[in-house]
Ligand binder design. Sequence first.
Ligand SMILES: [Zn+2]
Length: 52
Amino acid sequence: MNHVNKDWHLENKMPDKPTREQRAKWHIEHLKNCTCRVPTPAIQALIDEYEE
Ligand SMILES: [Zn+2]
């Protein structure tokens, strides 16, 4: 069962109109802090593009 890190989500809202980079950074931090969802292939590709 996936765990939702509610505190993290409350403190890390996705911007209203995120750029591609903002979305990538959000998902990278999200993966480190929360396991509420598994990245789709599209999200994983976005992460791979921006991850340092
Ligand atoms: Zn989450």
